[in-house]
Design a binder for this molecule. Structure first.
Ligand SMILES: Cc1ncc(COP(=O)(O)O)c(C=O)c1O
Length: 383
């Protein structure tokens, strides 16, 4: 066998042996909640399409109209000729929703985090990350070449200790956290983290991938609990509740201008297709006009946790932690047998021995199906 293939096969065998080999399963999403997989129709509790906007007629129509007007792709980086006219509208809306001076849109959330952090932090800087922050925040932090340290999940005291010990030896410091944690669904203590950042002349950045559209009246984690926490760097994605594709940063005018000048993942990557930008604009329109609809996913998640006596949901994401990877896969299979899609999430996406079912609730999930799901989880998984 060629050494390249031998290398790949050995790696795959090792993953297989640990129950961690993954496969791409073809999935047909019909209407935002029902999917077809391996010839079976399942009710999905695994999509991040919290408001089912990927399938909304107005969102789809906006994307189709943009293709007709501007074409299927953008043709170049935004800094060359890919900056089609829809971008300005989208960025103005994002900045308004987040109460920021300005916004910049990237090709994806992963590209945003990989691009933003190295602009702000260099070799002499410090990046403090919540240990459960998303993988692409870690990727951006590593690309910065600064010192990367993690604090225990949502533990502001630990973050304070690390800053007290290490801040003085670095020229700049950035604290980065998910606003809504992608695998646990809980919220970061943003008011305390912001106060801590200010005490130590550090900058706070939130990744609100799972917050925009569904918490804080649809405006995200900086607005939850009817407060506005003025986080200076609010990053997020357009691919979850917004139902489209792309990433963004909302911040002050000078910061956004610097990012436009220096973020390599913006400069050296092609602009989004006009259809994705148009879809995001249409989705944000709907969210601004219908806050009661935007509140439904969290309400449905709360109904579920209440039925099972689990800690109250803070977002549309509810983890049911199983433990070992194989056991999580079996639990997922049990739910599939009952007609539900609930993907098993295994390490390294989550820490060792915390493999889980990550359930996501959407505005259109029927209440009686949520009740049936709760009954199956209670009798077959938590029993
Ligand atoms: C917290 C978080 N940040 C960033 C991303 C990446 O966003 P995108 O899918 O737009 O690349 C994701 C999702 O995949 C996420 O869950």
């Amino acid at each position: 066998m060629h050494s390249l293939d031998a290398f790949a096969q050995a790696k795959l065998d090792a993953l297989e042996g640990r129950g961690l080999r993954r496969a791409l399963t073809e999935t047909l999403r019909e209407d935002g909640i029902w999917v077809e997989r391996n010839g079976r129709r399942l009710l999905s509790f695994s999509c991040n399409d919290y408001l089912n906007l990927t399938q909304h007629p107005a969102v789809k129509q906006a994307a189709i109209a943009a293709i007709e007007r501007y074409g299927a792709g953008s043709g170049a980086s935004r800094l060359i000729t890919g900056n089609h006219p829809l971008y300005a509208d989208l960025e103005a809306r994002l900045a308004r929703i987040k109460e920021a001076e300005a916004a910049v849109v990237f090709g994806s959330g992963y590209l945003a985090n990989s691009g933003i952090i190295p602009v702000l932090i260099g070799r002499d800087g410090l990046v403090l990350l919540d240990e459960l922050a998303h993988a692409c925040i870690f990727a951006g932090a590593q690309l910065s070449r600064g010192k990367v340290m993690t604090f225990r999940h949502n533990d502001v005291t630990h973050a304070r200790e690390l800053l007290a010990q290490h801040r003085a030896a670095h020229d700049r410091a950035l604290i980065v956290t998910d606003g809504v944690f992608s695998m646990d669904g809980d919220l970061a203590p943003l008011d305390d983290l912001l106060a801590l950042a200010e005490e130590h002349d550090a900058w706070l950045m939130t990744d609100d991938a799972h917050g925009i559209g569904v918490v804080g009246g649809g405006r995200g984690s900086s607005f939850s609990g009817n407060r506005h926490i003025p986080v200076p760097l609010q990053m997020g994605t357009l691919s979850k509740a917004i139902g489209a594709y792309g990433g963004y940063l909302c911040a002050s005018g000078p910061v956004i201008d610097l990012i436009r000048n220096r973020a390599r993942t913006l400069i050296y990557s092609t602009g989004l297709p006009p259809s994705a930008v148009a879809a995001a604009i249409a989705a944000l329109d709907l969210i601004e006009r219908e806050p009661a609809y935007a509140a439904l996913p969290v309400k449905k998640a709360k109904d579920f946790t209440r039925r099972l006596g689990l800690p109250e949901a803070q977002s549309p994401i509810v983890p049911v932690v199983i433990g070992e990877a194989e056991a999580a896969v079996s639990a997922s299979q049990m739910l599939a047998d009952a007609g539900f899609l609930a993907a098993a999430i295994r390490p390294p996406t989550v820490p060792e021995r915390t493999a889980r079912l990550r359930l996501t609730f959407t505005a259109l999930h029927p209440d009686e199906e949520i009740e049936r799901l709760a009954d199956v989880v209670r009798s077959k998984i938590l029993a």
